[in-house]
Design a protein. Sequence first.
Length: 264
Amino acid sequence: MKANLSRVLRRGVLAAAMSAAFASSAFALPQFTFDPSASTGSFTGAQVTADNVIVSNYSTVRLNEATGSFSESGFLSVQNFQLGGSIVNTPDLNNTYGLYIEFSGTGSQTPGDPSTVGTFGSFDSLEYTLYGFTGAATFGFDGSNNPTISGADDAVALATGSLIEGNVFTTPTGEPFTPGATAIVTFTPLPSESGFFVDPKIFANAFASFVNTSSQVTAIDGGFTITQGGGAFNLTPIPEPQTYALMLAGLAAMGFVVRRRSGT
């Protein structure tokens, strides 16, 4: 049991530590610049420089409470950009063009009913694609509780990525509960979309964090759905040596906190 717990903590703490490190006032989030008009797609919009992307989560989680295994799929609709903690004025976003991420993943967490007991675990896989499209899209669910999107028929793939490290957790806050996740993923712009990614041209990875309220969660047979859940992700170029030092410091601090909370 302790070996399994240690494995989960090693994989899960890294994502939380790196997110905490980049959120620290000691290190400003790296900036990036997008140019929608330079994409190969038909959508247009003014350049935007930001350091954080605010998304709205529409996803379905299929959960086996007895074993703790889960699968997840859905869409992350880009709602806003931030720079230095303030919303960037982007009147073209969700007007002349829109952005969304389609993703799917699998993993495992501690067994149990998340509405009555807190759970934690990690991703085993996570794949995603960033798309751009004309106008605005509508997100929802079909009759089988699968996430859906409409209004983005001309979507063009801009970038792809997959899991480096990631963790998940749930907190029993009443009916049904509060789920959350953090992840570090690769971020690879498609060569055909080099014009969209103005600066930097080469990214190392992306850091994503999601915390939802119980009002955004609906229990379904064999899992739950998340509607308009809260989330954000940051893009970063290849880190400099001092960045690695900061992330390692954050990792050590988070490891100490987790050890105290777990009692191991």
